[in-house]
Write a protein that binds this ligand. Sequence first.
Ligand code: ATP
Length: 513
Amino acid sequence: MANDDNFKKVISHAKEYGYVFQSSEIYDGLSAVYDYAQNGVELKNNIREYWWKAMVQMHDNIVGIDAAIFMHPTTWKASGHVDAFNDPLIDNKDSKKRYRADVLVEDYCLKIEVKINKEVAKAAKRFGDAFNKDEFLSTNGRVLGYQEKIDSVLKRLGQSLEKEDLADVKALIEELEIADPLTGSKNWTDVKQFNLMFGTKLGASAEHATDLYLRPETAQGIFVNFLNVQKTGRMKIPFGIAQTGKAFRNEIVARQFIFRMREFEQMEMQFFIKPGTQKEWFEYWKDARLKWHESLGLGSENYRFHDHEKLAHYADAATDIEFNFPFGFKELEGIHSRTDFDLKQHEEYSGKKLQYFDPEENESYTPYVLETSIGLDRMFLAVFSNALQEEDLENGTTRTVLKLPAVLAPTKAAIFPLVKKDGLPEIAKQIVEDLKWDFNITYDEKDAVGRRYRRQDAVGTPFCITVDHDTLDDNSVTIRHRDTMEQKRVKIEDLKALIKAEVEMKYWLQRMF
Ligand code: ATP
């Protein structure tokens, strides 16, 4: 499949150009664990900063914290993770492979969706400019039939999971004749629940050790600190607490590169609100988060909302922002209306009051919470896979170019001397010295300039700056733009402002507000 090939290209490009390596590769790797390499760490840091600035710096009622990964074990009893943080698993008796039962069903629906897309593409070709996609989707008999099938399958899956009716999930898999994607076998075991938390121990000796968990989400670190932050920061409702950090889940189906990892990073924000206002805030954050994504210019058509049929035990509304990954639309971010579930649970288990005194209403209450939760690694994959393109050029050749949003690119500019002599390297190195205070800059003098351009295109550097013999006379250089390949002659003293105008976070974030 073309999409499979694309995804393979994304993974190999990420390795070849120093973005992502398999963990412990020399020992044949550790499954679903990855290391970020020299360029990957820069891209990841930039995404994190872009999120942090949008959430914390741009909102005077949102502050950040950095809670520990280890938490008191009762936290996870209170949050419901010990009893209910499970995935429904199913084994294939012939291949001995284990799958998430819900994912098998969702992938079945995804295949029907591919058929819908094919019908759309065919019709678009047939009708040309007169084609109206919305009308086609709502009137074409075959498409309506496909959509009805998807809706009814997902509805039944949602209802069975909600009722914990695992026998019906198995029945659904059998009725749909879903086969093991690797072997085609339909010989399935019953569906069972499996807890995703990693356990570990704290203490010097085995007898006195305390059982702990590695946190499966960052959110609980925010809930247990809610009152500390509210009091010391004199925060007034509505207010938010943001946090980025590692989370750990013993994912069973962990095959999609950095999409589903066992150790990953989340960027979460809990927004504490007055009970009864959750619907408005749900809409507000849906809109705000989508704007954040759109500000990066990956294309509005690549995002869609997916409202949850099955709500988690803590939620009264939930939606996912899905992104069009190389393997189709999948969850990138969750927006959850978590009610007062978590704070109430922590009150009960800790015996401490976690209430807010509202000076305007002159009363105390347990706030409701609106949560936005995005995986940093998934965001990395969204940005990276969207950026990787192969372009046919006018001269009949092709180029591989990583069109990362310039604001997120690891290196902002590469400085080249045209040749390694005549004083050109010295000028190029002086430009590096001047610019490095403001941007990540690299210097390259190896190979012909054309090859250096290609190298920087593949790594995603937005600007290449070449010092040539004319520079000696006119103090100007050639600046080449990665996306358009256009070249312009500019004064060395103007470089900084020119680069700034395209890479500074301020300009990108302003599109969101
Ligand atoms: P999924 O349904 O894909 O397992 P989830 O609904 O369990 O995800 P949440 O608990 O809502 O995910 O976590 C919030 C965000 O954290 C997700 O939207 C995703 O971006 C990220 N995330 C969750 N699990 C993983 C993982 N194993 N690897 C990488 N990112 C993850």
